[in-house]
Structures are given as C-alpha cells and as structure tokens.
Design a protein around this ligand. Sequence first.
Ligand SMILES: *Cc1c(COP(=O)(O)O)cnc(C)c1O
Length: 463
Amino acid sequence: MSLPMKILFSQLPSVDSLLRQTEFQALSDRWGHRQLVTLLRQLQQQARQHIQQYQQLPDWCQNWAQHASQRLEQTGTSGLQSVLNLSGTVLHTNLGRALLAEPAVNAVTRVMRSAVTLEYALDDAGRGHRDRALADLLCQLTGAEDACIVNNNAAAVLLMLAALAQGQEVVVSRGELVEIGGAFRIPDVMTQAGCRLREVGTTNRTHLKDYREAVNSDTALLMKVHTSNYQVQGFTKAVSEAELVALGNEYNLPVISDLGSGSLIDLTQYGLPPEPMPQQLIAAGVSLVSFSGDKLLGGPQAGIIIGKKALIARLQQHPLKRALRVDKVALAALEATLQLYLHPEKLAQQLPTLRLLTRTQSDIAHQAQRLLPQLTTALAGLFVVETAECLSQIGSGSLPVERLPSVALTLTPSDGSGSTLLALADRLRAGDVPIIGRIHSGRLWFDLRTLEDDALFIRMMTS
Ligand SMILES: *Cc1c(COP(=O)(O)O)cnc(C)c1O
C-alpha cells in the first residue's frame, strides 16, 4: 500500500469515536442506535472504496454527521411517496391506480383501529365466510347469485381455473390470449392453475363452430377474456358471451369471463366510451365473471368474482382461496366503494376515478387559464409556459384506444435545451410531493385532468 493511501485510511474516524460525539448521540436518539451503527459501518466501507479508487477522501468526510443525517432522512421517508399524477393517465398502474373515495378512506381507518365482525355473526346466525356482506351487496348491484373476493383480478382468474378446471381443458379464442403488464399471460396462468389451454380460431376471427369442435370429454370450461389493452380491428369476428352460453348449455359446460376492468355503470351516459358491464354478462347467462377492484370500479386492489352460487361455493372451498383472500382493510374499502353505486346519481361526484374521467375539456381549460399567470411569473426567463390541448388515457388496460380530450400546461425551456428540461423534471420529481408529467417534443406536459389541488401544484412548482 502506498504511503498516501495509508495516511488517508488513518484519517477515517472509527465508529466508536463518532458515536461519542454529541451530534451522533442526537442521531442515535432519533433513528435508533442499531440503525446508526449499521449506517456508519456502511459509510466507512464506502469511504475506503473511494480512497482505493481515487486516492482521496470523499467530500462528505468533511462532515460525517451531516452526511449521516441526510442518509437517515432518505431511508426514513416512505417508499410510497405521495405524488401529483399529471401524466395524463388516470388509472396509472405504476402510481397505484384508483384514488379511493372519502367514505372508503374513512371505512379503512375505522376498521384498522378496531376489531370487526369479519367472520363473526352478532345475531348468532353463523356467518359463512368473510366475503358474505360484500357478496350480498354485489348481488344487489349485478343480479348475480353470489360472489367471491380475492387479492386482485389475476388471482381471481387463477382461482376460477384451478378450482373448476384443474387437469382438464379450457377453450379460449386465439384472439383473446391476452398479456397484461406484469407477467400476467393467459397461457401461463392456465399452466399455473394446472389446466390445459385449448386454443381455437385465429388471431382475428373465431367462430362458434371453432369452440364447438374443440369440446371433448376433457373440456371443463369455455372462457372469454376481455381484450382490455388492445383492439383487433378490420376483418374480425368474435363469439359473444350469449352465443357461448348457448353452446355451454348444450354440453353442460360453464362459461367464465375475465372482464379485466368492467364497469358497474353505463359509462356512455357521461359521454365516455362504452365498457362492458359485469351485470350484462350475468344477464346473458355467463357462469362466472371476474374483474378488478381498482380499475374503473374505483376501489382498492381486489379481484371480484360474481356468478352462480354452486360455482362460487367451489371457489370458496378451494385451498387457494385461503391464500388469495383479502384482509378487513381491503374489504372495508371495497364495501364503502360499492355502497356508492347504490346512489348512481351522486357517483360522478363521489368516486374520484369517475369524477376525473368525466371532467369536460372546457372545465380543464378554465383551470389551465387560472394557473397560467402564476406559473408564467414563477418560471419567467427560464421556461415559456403555455396551455395546449391534449388527450388523457383511462389507463390500466381500460378502453385502450379511446382518448379523452383534455388540456395541459406545457413548459418549454427558453434556451431550447433538452438538458434544461430534464433538470426541471428531475427537480420536480425531487420535491416533497413530486410532480409526475410527461416529456414530449421538447416540452414538459402536465395534463390537468387529474389535478384537484391547485394550491399544492403551485407550491411544488414554485418552491
Ligand atoms: C387488468 C386485467 C387483469 C389483471 O387484473 P389485476 O387486478 O391487475 O390483477 C386480468 N385480466 C384482464 C383482462 C385485465 O384487464
């Protein structure tokens, strides 16, 4: 080892000597002795590596206490930071999808703080299972006979297949072998559930006779999968649920449908594009329909399965149900969300997802005009702030092709430099409440459809 390096190493303070300093005692009180010692050991290791690489001490060695304090602050803040989602995607999977309605938030805090009648009947009537109360509500809303709630819709599909078709064949159209983000692929789920996928038809066209010819003594289910994140257009043919139900009845085979998002209300009444409704499929005779709790429904992450009583009973009794069940917190949030659907006339106000989706372009344009002067002043000389029409997406694989007319505030760097823009985007992401926008054609775009707290936005933009 060369002499200078040896001298540098000897300049590193020992962990013990650091801990004796009053500044570190304060850190120890705040963050705990063990966490502080772990960090100091890490820092020493990092300093040694730095010396070996650069033959000098890292800058932060001038003030160990300050550096340690910053590092502890960083790890102390939540990994689930609140952000302003101005990305233009309302149900953004990576940002946690639906925002919950206030009654759902209140229900969650209530059940978190107390014991609840999760699987306990006060009237001594003996409650079957934890989904009972929600199942009754879902039956009321959809006309289904019964319901089952699991962790998410991926779990719902897995459970339906495992409980009803293990070791047997499930017939699915080649046009519906969907991949949803995050490794959910229908053929792989089939394998995990222990079923054999029986593909029928072609990518663009599948006929009823294709299903009919595939049915054999090993067939357990006929399955429809909603092509939620893509559309097949042009020379196409798909078999409707009703037609499949008729075929299923002939052979005494249940028809199940993975609806993905689904909507419990008719979205066209708000001028939104139509999305299939679970209750329509139930009315068409589909045996089981599954959909997500945190997509268009606007509730917590959950998988909802509704349909025939006898089949739901088989799901409830399957060992996987125990592994996929949801806790009281999610059930409370889902119950409160579903109760809002009992008053559909108030839904567009009470349910954040629907409230954001139904905002008109002119309403958003007014908001943009209100915010424009403040931002222009705050960023004068650095960025040109303008309003621009844009198109929001619903997201989470709902209505993939449809776009909602909206308005954005756009920021163009006055020096025309891409790095100025990236620096701003970085700065905004580093704030207390990071702002998530979108960089497109040399500008930073903030779609205002999802902005409900103007004051917070201005504060974060100008701090
Ligand atoms: C979104 C989706 C899923 C997965 O639902 P999660 O609730 O995210 O697990 C499965 N199938 C379809 C068709 C979907 O759109």
